[in-house]
Design a protein around this ligand. Structure first.
Ligand code: AHR
Length: 631
């Protein structure tokens, strides 16, 4: 018998408790949620024409790559197209990110920056399939012959749905024109924002009602070396002025590096804040602490040169929260958001460790806390949740009275089951925990066979009972990584998989979504034989009440292959409604996965459950996550 006592509240659940960890890994941003369809739109990749192909009789024209590094270091390259004859057949093709996914009837928004001394050239633009057949097209006559950079738009609809189309631009007439920022966006972006995010991908996040969005990573914060670290100030303002850099996951140190993986920062810090706001989540930016990735170059900024890094952190708070009369508050307002973003917390460092981290962290903390005492700081605890390094660092961070410590675990399903009680014995009064990157691994990281299978997800579900039960200690948690493109990933497993046209949530997605949607407000006592339910008799359980809805929510996980039975007794004088709701996430096959063709193979099903005299009899199916909602 399981005994639940809704009157015995043991902890408050933080509104931020279940959130998402965003990183531009696996084509998460460029080629993913950032809906730009043109790869290398500003010719800034290592090879300027990566993603592009020039066709036609070159005798009739030319395409030159020009570099204005001295005058515009943030976007130095552009192309000059010259056509020699009236019947020129010069054309440029762009392959997109693993092709361009095109939808029938959808509008496509083309834009370009051009510069011309005189009128003469007409631009034709189209989406074409692999045979060259035009799916949709338009033309654009550059209007201004004033020798200045101008931008112009055109749009057209696609007549067909094609997963891997190409973009084509060709020219009519005689003359020369400079082109940059050749861009194409689908018309179904999130909230229909021009130059925005892929609506279907954001929707899956919004459906989770996440408590926070952590951004921009991950290792991407640290950079392979310091020159490629994430610098938020370079990711705001006009998109054409955001400096493109190589992606951290495009190096020999990445699992499955991809040579054409760059960060264009069309999704930059302003857009991250906006995304968090749109989906009702708290923004959690993570900043570089003056250390490059310790698995890569391990470069350090000397302590006496850390000033600009710390200033970036201080300025970020002003950018997010400052009045429009402050310099950085004005930048935010000029970008379209005069109201503050209400930043409450920020992270200093990702997976950094050792005395080098501690001494840098101390300087950041001093500066940030003296100017912004109310901003909570998230500190890193390295990468090894069981190791000596973790213990040493954790002890030091706790001595420093860290607000929140970010723990990461990429471990086997068995580790997750065995660690469901990890936080039962943590100090209740000291630093809080952010389980910032968790994911059970069926095989080694990035092994193609390392799948988002049900065995992993059910082990996570069991582990999460321990996070929920200890919500006084664990204030936040997120699965990682978040997104992966089926043809462009560096890391498996991942929470949400996409291709050019489709998106699906894994069983792991549904596990965290259920925790998030039914997080409640107060943790309440749930015991078996007077003990926490954490694997001793084959099951795991936690319970919360929701003060807004008046519900009691019980989560019971049976990760084993046998069916188990339990009676659940709801204690107290309050009478439970006669019918409860069971939300069941279950599959008899621990190897079960979701796929593009069977996206809901493992997904929740709802059914009624009868309650008699505050008692529920429940059959716990093999490999099942049972969520019970009682009024
Ligand atoms: O989630 C993938 C990577 O795992 C993150 O970038 C890093 O923080 C961790 O090592």
């Amino acid at each position: 018998t399981i005994v639940v006592d809704p009157a015995k509240q043991t902890a408050k659940v933080q509104p931020e408790m279940w959130g998402v960890f965003f990183e531009d890994i696996n084509m998460g941003a460029d080629g993913g949620i950032y809906a730009e369809l043109i790869k290398n739109r500003s010719f800034e990749f290592y090879k300027p024409m990566m993603g592009w192909k020039v066709e036609g009789k070159r005798i009739e024209g030319d395409v030159l790559v020009l570099n204005r590094q001295e005058s515009k270091s943030s976007n130095p390259r552009y192309i000059r197209v010259k056509t020699g004859g009236k019947q020129t057949d010069l054309a440029l093709y762009n392959e997109g990110f693993k092709g361009i996914g095109v939808k029938k009837g959808l509008e496509y928004d083309f834009s370009v920056m051009y510069r011309q001394q005189q009128k003469g050239l007409k631009l034709h633009i189209a989406l074409v399939d692999s045979t060259g057949k035009v799916l949709g097209q338009s033309e654009l006559i550059p209007e201004k012959p004033d020798g200045q950079w101008q931008s112009q738009h055109a749009s057209f609809k696609s007549a067909e749905t094609v997963e891997k189309a190409n973009f084509k631009i060709w020219f009519e007439g005689e003359g020369a024109i400079d082109l940059d920022m050749i861009s194409l966006f689908p018309g179904d972006t999130w909230k229909n924002r021009k130059g925005g995010l892929r609506g279907d991908m954001v929707q899956l996040l919004a459906d989770m009602k996440p408590g926070f969005v952590r951004f921009p990573g991950g290792c991407i914060v640290e950079g392979h070396d310091l020159s490629t670290r994430y610098q938020w100030k370079k990711t705001i303002g006009p998109v054409a002025d955001r400096e493109v850099i190589i992606n951290r996951w495009n190096t020999e140190f990445a699992h499955r590096p991809s040579p054409d993986y760059y960060q264009t920062f069309g999704l930059g810090f302003y857009e991250y804040f906006q995304l968090a706001e749109d989906i009702g989540a708290t923004a959690l930016p993570i900043l570089n602490c003056g250390m490059a990735c310790q698995f890569n170059t391990a470069e350090l900024v000397p302590l006496d040169e850390l000033g600009p890094y710390i200033q970036d952190a201080l300025d970020l708070v002003e950018f997010a929260n400052g009045a429009v009369s402050t310099p950085w508050g004005k930048v935010r307002a000029d970008m379209g958001h005069p109201e503050p973003f209400n930043l409450k917390m920020l992270g200093v460092g990702n997976e950094n460790w050792g005395p080098q981290y501690l001494e840098r962290l101390e300087l950041f903390t001093k500066a940030l806390k003296s100017k912004y005492p109310d901003i909570l700081l998230v500190n890193s605890s390295g990468t090894d949740p069981d190791g000596e390094r973790f213990d040493l660092l954790n002890t030091s961070l706790r001595k420093m009275k860290a607000d929140i410590i970010d723990e990461h675990y990429y471990r086997s399903p068995d580790w997750f089951l065995k660690n469901a009680n990890r936080y039962d014995s943590y100090d209740r009064k000291g630093s809080k925990v952010f389980a910032g990157e968790y994911a059970a691994q069926s095989k080694a990281i990035a092994n193609p066979g390392n799948q988002n299978n049900w065995e992993c997800a059910i082990a996570e579900a069991a582990f999460l009972t321990g996070l929920e039960r200890n919500a006084d200690v664990v204030h936040m948690a997120s699965y990682a990584p978040l997104f992966a493109h089926a043809e462009g990933w560096q890391w498996t497993p991942d929470m949400i998989w996409v291709d050019n046209l489709n998106v699906y949530g894994t069983p792991n997605y549904y596990v965290q979504k259920l925790y998030s949607l039914y997080k409640g407000t107060d943790v309440v006592s749930i015991l078996e034989d007077n003990k926490f339910i954490s694997g001793q008799q084959g099951i795991y359980a936690s319970a919360v009440t929701d003060s807004e809805t008046g519900e009691l929510i019980i989560k019971i996980i049976n990760p084993g292959k046998e069916t188990l039975s339990r009676e659940i007794q709801i204690k107290g004088s309050k009478k439970a409604a006669a019918t409860a709701q069971l939300i069941l996430l279950q599959n008899n096959n621990p190897g079960a996965v979701n796929t593009f063709s069977n996206a809901v193979n493992v997904s929740p099903e709802t059914s009624p459950l009868s309650v008699k005299n505050n008692k529920v009899n429940l059959e716990l199916k093999p490999y099942s996550f049972n969520l019970i909602r009682v009024d």
